[in-house]
Ligand binder design. Structure first.
Ligand code: NAD
Ligand code: WQD
Length: 348
């Protein structure tokens, strides 16, 4: 089976993808600097993978450490790279643009240079629906005009452009850019999930921390949008479906016709903030106290994906609905109210 390098493999989406890759029979080497993740995620993935954990290894490194990355590529030949590693907090990127440009852009350039030096030119990259900015209409198709409203989004746009340029210059590259919508939920075992540092920026990690009593209430950012109930609408996708989307993308990289292609990974369905909160309350049996607040600067009104291209060309479709996402989010939250901070459980 192919050997895959996963950057950012200890992170939220990375850890779930590493597990699905192992379960699908792939060999995986993951790297991460644990800037926004924990080594506990790696040991939990190994436990969940059981005997297949023998096909998994991990190296702690920062992608900007060229010598360390060179060593990994010298010791191991890779068939493809899935590149998750990056910083992703929109607000922080506005405060610290240079940190985001340094980490996300320099890290990616060094990765690509080392890949070229070792003859590995197959890549799956984590892009984001953020590149659609405030879409004029929905569903968002892959051909929509692209824009960015913050430095984080700009790093995604720049890396997408970098990938298109790489392919233009050298047709041996095979690149799939995956634009994720709103990944939520956790592995159904409840042993891996999202564990953001500090106060969460995103809706579901925030709701989860209210449910376990770490935060008093959820502030709803705007209830005067032109939507079913006035609150923002997004396309939430179960993280395991998203992980499976990466396996579909890896398979697509074997298509001789593939060059540099982009696919949305979403469900194609929009859900409002209040609908999401209600579904989570039902799944958890917990009441989520709400405070109505103003709109968050930069937030779009309605964003959801057209999933046609991924369904047709990747032969992939999200299977889980909002109730599944909330059930698995709560399972993770209730078993790990402090994320990986208080470990010791075993997935048995
Ligand atoms: P995450 O923060 O949980 O995972 C990213 C991982 O990369 C972390 O473990 C972090 O420690 C690591 N990392 C960061 N910089 C690194 C560096 N220089 N060297 C080595 N490791 C480094 O985030 P996630 O939610 O799993 O996101 C994964 C990717 O998907 C990111 O590129 C993100 O921008 C993108 N994405 C995420 C979402 C989302 O809502 N979660 C949506 C769209 C796109
Ligand atoms: C969802 C909805 C908020 C928190 C962000 C990034 C995007 C991508 C995914 C990486 C919105 C509302 C939220 C809260 C709230 N990440 N909300 N109270 O904004 O769609 O996208 O994550 O690429 O780049 O911008 O996701 O989870 O922050 O918000 O009312 O405390 O929940 O206004 O309508 P978003 P989100």
């Amino acid at each position: 089976m192919p050997m895959i390098l996963v950057t950012g493999g200890a992170g939220y989406i990375g850890s779930h993808t590493v597990l699905q890759l192992l379960l699908a029979g792939y060999n995986v080497l993951a790297v991460d600097n644990f800037d926004n993740s924990s080594a506990v995620a790696i040991s939990r993935v190994k436990e969940l993978a059981g005997k297949l954990a023998k096909n998994f290894s991990f190296v702690e490194l920062d992608l900007r450490n060229r010598a360390a990355l060179e060593k990994v590529f010298t010791n191991q030949k890779f068939d493809a790279v899935i590149h998750f590693a990056g910083l992703k907090a929109v607000g922080e990127s506005v405060q610290k643009p240079l940190l985001y440009f340094d980490n996300n852009l320099i890290g990616t350039i060094i990765l690509f240079q080392v890949m070229v030096a070792h003859g590995c030119k197959k890549l799956v990259f984590s892009s984001s629906a953020t590149v659609y900015g405030w879409p004029k209409e929905v569903p968002c198709t892959e051909e929509f005009p692209l824009s960015s409203t913050n430095p984080y989004g700009r790093t995604k746009l720049i890396i997408e452009e970098m990938c298109r340029d790489l392919y233009c210059a050298d047709k041996n590259w095979k690149i799939i850019l995956l634009r994720y919508f709103n990944p939520v939920g956790a592995h159904p075992s409840g042993f891996i999930g999202e564990d953001p540092r500090g106060i969460p920026n995103n809706l579901m990690p925030f709701v989860q921390q209210v449910a376990v009593g770490r935060l008093p209430s959820l502030t709803v950012f705007g209830n005067d949008y032109k939507t079913c109930d006035g609150t923002g609408v997004r396309d939430y996708i179960h993280v395991v479906d998203l992980a499976e989307g990466h396996i579909a993308a890896l398979r697509k990289l074997d298509d001789p016709k593939i060059g540099c292609e982009v696919y949305n990974l979403g469900t194609g369905k929009g859900t409002s903030v209040l609908e999401m909160v209600k579904a989570f309350e039902q799944a958890s049996g917990k009441k989520i106290p709400l405070a109505m607040g103003g709109r968050r600067p930069g937030d779009a009104e309605i964003v959801y994906a057209s999933t046609k291209k991924a369904e047709k060309e990747l032969n992939w479709k999200a299977k889980h609905d909002i109730d599944d996402m909330c059930r698995d989010q709560w399972n993770w939250a209730s078993k790990n109210p402090y994320g990986y901070g208080r470990s010791g459980d075993s997935p048995k």
